[in-house]
Design a protein around this ligand. Structure first.
Ligand code: 5FX
Length: 557
């Protein structure tokens, strides 16, 4: 079979993330032709966001982003491509990636506004009255603990909900967020005709009508039956009345959401036949962008949130981690762990302890010994998801590290570490936690290999630490923004499935190209030292004992 793409065609992938809107364009050989970015804080300063979000100053865990900021960013990004003289007419298909869980509330009557967008005016000017609330609750929000417990109780418990939907109730998940709006702002709920995720929201702008929710991103809502890939009646009823009608249909990630709207044809000169392929979540798109399809491979994404994910055939949803349908292979799943304290928390330590410089941070990491002289740190600048602990820093030292066996040493709590130890403690702490929770949630350990993506994947000192702690070879990709790359790849995949009138395995598209294009992996650090690995295994167990005690004492569950 010939699965090649037409010679002159281009494929556009967006990533609407927490702090920016990015785009990557692939040519028919799957090589990157162009990329662009809009930073929300600096390029759209009138929304007054910090890191792309508004944090409620009262400390109640409420975190939102202005919905219109994402609308405005879309025009701005496309205008950047106009300045680069991009030939929009060559784009055969567009897809995208959105921060997961975050939701948008379309006001009654907005469908008509979407269907009649005037190409002479900016989107933001035409959609300023389209939303029943202008604030979208996002994945960083942790204000729905009450609703989580209510939903879990109504479906028979946390484990039952996880087995049904792929995850227990989590504060950032869309179901608990919708329930909170229904309980606290009933007018907003009743005024809403459609609820979108960021992914289906951006796809809706592009097709000029409401796009279906993609099944993969839909599993981040605590509302979808993960095995049957349909809305779960019991979860819907536990969340809010009349919800199914506001959610619309689910569709697989490779489906066509619609043709690009006349607004984009007239304003930017897209071709009328340009397909919009279903958008999906950022982590699922990264899985596609990393071409992760081998059991035993693990990906670590080091971004605003840190995530760990892999492919699974028959995962068993439990109380830890999440199970999602695989966005590029309907026969299997992806499993995932998510941390809220990712790059912003590493940056905080860099600013306070390493003269605001990554060079100094890396020097500190390299000059301190593995196991950090028995120092263990827990750094939660935001309410953490995994484990569910509130904001706070906790530091411990295992006594007499050089003499005793790690399993028996006592620890004592301290107020602070010296600056270099603080740097090692945050990196070792984050990675030990990932390894321990990956093992607890049944991910392959040790992995065959780890592929690292996200901003911090360019940091060689962090990659060295990953190899030592996980005991396997670590690979990186040529482009750290795997989500928009994955979205562009999915745009091509969706286009191909549409041409063939059936599902085509995504690997058919890149089999012979992978090393020549931006999709290839580079080996960064080969597998490390086995003696050190076994010390890290004991160190990790000690860390988990302390973590379990902290959760018991301070945890939000
Ligand atoms: C996944 O469950 C998450 O909450 C985060 O990784 C967001 O997708 C970040 F955008």
């Amino acid at each position: 079979m010939d699965y090649s793409l037409p010679d002159d065609s281009l494929f556009l992938g967006f990533d609407c993330s927490t702090q920016s809107l990015k785009a990557t364009i692939l040519d028919a050989n799957l090589s990157i032709l162009a990329s662009e970015i809009v930073h929300f804080d600096s390029e759209l300063p009138h929304y007054k966001t910090k890191d792309g979000v508004h944090r409620d100053p009262s400390g109640n865990g409420r975190i939102v982003s202005p919905t219109l900021m994402w609308v405005e960013a879309l025009d701005l990004l496309l205008e950047k491509f106009v300045k680069e003289k991009l030939d929009f007419g060559r784009i055969a298909a567009v897809s995208g990636s959105g921060q997961q869980h975050s939701s948008v509330y379309w006001k009654k009557g907005s469908c008509n506004m979407l269907a009649s967008l005037d190409p002479e005016k900016h989107l933001v000017a035409q959609l300023s009255d389209a939303f029943s609330t202008k604030e979208s609750p996002i994945w960083m929000d942790s204000s729905t603990t009450v609703q989580c417990r209510e939903i879990e109780r109504a479906v028979g418990g946390a484990l039952e909900l996880s087995q049904l939907t792929g995850s227990r109730a989590h504060e950032r998940f869309t179901g608990p967020q919708i329930r909170k709006i229904y309980e606290m702002q009933p007018d907003v709920y009743h005024d809403t005709e459609r609820i979108s995720l960021v992914s289906s929201f951006m796809a809706s702008l592009l097709i000029g009508g409401y796009a279906s929710l993609d099944e993969t991103d839909g599993s981040g809502m605590n509302l979808m039956d993960i095995k049957r890939r349909v809305w779960s009646k019991i979860a819907l009823e536990a969340t809010a009345p009349g919800l199914e009608g506001k959610l619309g249909k689910l569709a697989p990630a490779h489906d066509v959401a619609g043709l690009i709207a006349p607004y984009f044809v007239k304003r930017f000169h897209f071709r009328k036949s340009c397909l919009v392929i279903q958008w999906s979540g950022d982590n699922p798109n990264s899985l596609a962008g990393l071409t992760l399809n081998t059991l035993g491979d693990l990906a670590i994404s080091l971004g605003t949130s840190d995530t760990v994910f892999g492919v699974a055939i028959e995962p068993q949803p439990s109380l830890e981690g999440h199970v999602l349908p695989n966005p590029v292979d309907p026969t299997c799943y992806m499993v995932m762990l998510v941390y809220k304290n990712g790059s912003l928390t590493r940056e905080d330590i860099r600013n306070r302890c390493a003269e605001k410089s990554w060079d100094v941070f890396n020097k500190f990491l390299e000059k301190t010994p593995p196991l950090n002289g028995g120092k263990l740190g827990f750094y939660y600048k935001e309410n953490e998801i995994l484990p569910p602990l509130p904001i706070g820093f906790h530091r411990y030292i295992l006594d007499n590290l050089t003499n005793g066996s790690l399993d028996e040493l006592r620890e004592h709590e301290v107020e602070e570490f010296d600056a270099p130890s603080e740097v090692r403690a945050i990196i070792e702490g984050q990675l030990l936690s990932m390894r321990a929770h990956a093992e607890r949630s049944g991910m392959p350990t040790p992995p065959k290999r780890i592929i690292v993506t996200g901003g911090a994947s360019t940091n060689k000192s962090i990659l060295n630490a990953i190899t030592s702690i996980f005991g396997c070879a670590v690979y990186t990709v040529q482009r750290p923004d795997s989500a928009s790359l994955g979205a562009a790849l999915r745009a091509a995949h969706g286009w191909l499935c549409n041409r063939e009138h059936c599902f085509v395995p995504i690997s058919c598209m890149y089999e012979d190209k992978i090393e020549k294009t931006s999709l290839g992996c580079k080996l960064s650090v080969p597998a490390g030292d086995t003696e050190l690995l076994s010390k890290y295994t004991s160190f990790m167990k000690r860390r988990m004992e302390i973590e379990d005690r902290l959760v018991w004492k301070l945890g939000r569950r």
